[in-house]
Design a protein around this ligand. Structure first.
Ligand code: NAD
Ligand code: GLY
Length: 365
């Protein structure tokens, strides 16, 4: 087992990474403050892993709250089910909420923990690759609004993150690929040698090789912990973690939540950010194409949905959380491994990026 740390003063916490950790009550119990525990999961993950976790925590007689599955349920109505479960079982301010599932469960359970009786203890047990390398670390929690992705939420750090790499054995291939989009992101924004490693390791990762997966998770979590430790509330460098997300969130919102997986939208959105960086003369076309090849090798889409017109992108991008004083800010690459957040670009370059022929770009590779 590896242990990493997110250093945030009194809100610091460990990230445990290893195979079979779900049953390790010795890792969980020190992060449970009181005598009550509520496990929040969904109807897909519950039959797979809930029993093992309940057994590990049997001393607490945990309350299990099983939600419907899917991005389309990341909303107020489903959040209310968590509060119903907590209040129905008379959980008090000393309770600990444990998220068992992917990023949707982690984001919603975390937001519920932030709000319930003005804030209770919270632990993340992420079970998708995407949630293990990104969403479970850093304390961003929340829900979607019909007009915008993740528009309602709170920064709320967990007491600990427990990553059991064995849970990935049941993950559908499409979901694994979606997680690889966020893994590739770290290489692009801050770790070029990691990108080279990913190019060589992609077949092993997609074949669920435990050693390769563990390395990818550790390196991704280390990068995320470093960035979050430097900028918890996203007043600077943390925004670079959103490479491709402004374009990607527009795709998710326009297509209807769940139609495109978050990681898929991030992959296609990142290709757009790279194309724009290329048009600004910051990276070479060969570097853009290198990233496109890696996304393709990971089984990810690199072309935005055919029916998405530039005006659709602009409409959704106008409510992006990086919009400041009415100005759109984008995460772009000055070089591979060097991301910047900027509003300093000619509008024509953005328009040309939204208008570019991505199918033709991918076809020539
Ligand atoms: P998800 O939570 O919808 O999980 C994907 C699917 O896999 C679901 O059907 C889920 O039930 C299933 N699943 C989960 N674990 C499984 C397992 N071990 N075996 C089989 N099936 C399993 O999606 P996700 O990709 O994990 O997360 C996406 C969400 O995370 C989005 O809402 C996105 O906005 C959010 N996100 C948040 C942050 C953050 O910093 N908070 C960062 C990135 C993404
Ligand atoms: N996923 C982006 C962030 O946590 O800041």
């Amino acid at each position: 087992m590896q242990t990493l740390h997110v250093d945030l003063g009194e809100r610091s916490y460990p990230i445990y990474i290893g195979a079979g950790l779900l049953a390790r009550s010795d890792l969980l119990v020190p992060h449970i403050a009181g005598r009550q525990v509520a496990i929040v999961t969904n109807e897909t993950v519950a039959p797979l892993y809930l029993e093992a976790l309940e057994a590990a925590l049997s001393g607490f007689n945990p309350t299990s709250i099983v939600l419907p599955d899917g991005e389309a349920y990341k909303n107020w109505q489903t959040l209310q089910l968590i509060f119903d479960g907590l209040l129905g079982a008379r959980h008090d301010r000393g309770t600990t909420v444990i998220a068992l599932g992917g990023g949707v469960i982690g984001d919603m359970a975390g937001f519920a923990a932030a709000c319930y009786q003005r804030g209770v203890n919270f632990i993340q047990i992420p079970t998708t690759l995407l949630s293990q390398v990104d969403s479970s670390v850093g304390g961003k929690t929340g829900i979607n609004h019909p007009l915008g992705k993740n528009m309602v939420g709170a920064f709320y750090q967990p007491q600990g993150v427990l990553i059991d790499t064995q849970t990935l054995s049941t993950l559908p291939a499409r979901e694994l690929s979606a997680g690889l989009a966020e893994v590739i992101k770290y290489g692009l924004i801050c770790d070029e040698p990691f990108l080279t490693w990913l190019e060589a390791s992609m077949p092993a990762l997609r074949a669920l090789d435990q050693v390769a997966l563990t390395t990818a998770i550790e390196r991704s979590c280390a990068a995320k912990a470093r960035v979050v430790g430097a900028d918890e509330r996203e007043s600077g460098v943390r925004a670079t973690l959103n490479l491709g997300h402004t374009f990607g969130h527009a795709i998710e919102t326009q297509q209807g939540y769940g139609a495109w997986l978050h990681g898929e939208a991030v992959a296609a959105g990142t290709v757009m950010a790279l194309e724009m960086s290329c048009r600004l003369g910051w990276i070479q076309s060969g570097e853009r194409d290198r990233a496109i090849r890696l996304f393709l090798a990971a089984g990810l889409p690199v072309v935005p949905p055919e029916d998405m017109l530039p005006e659709h992108f602009l409409e959704h991008m106008a409510v992006d959380k990086k919009v400041l004083d009415g100005r759109l800010r984008l995460v772009l690459l000055r070089a591979i491994g060097e991301a910047v957040v900027t509003s300093d670009f000619p509008r024509e370059v953005l328009n040309a990026t939204l208008d570019a022929d991505y199918a033709a770009l991918a076809a020539q590779l």
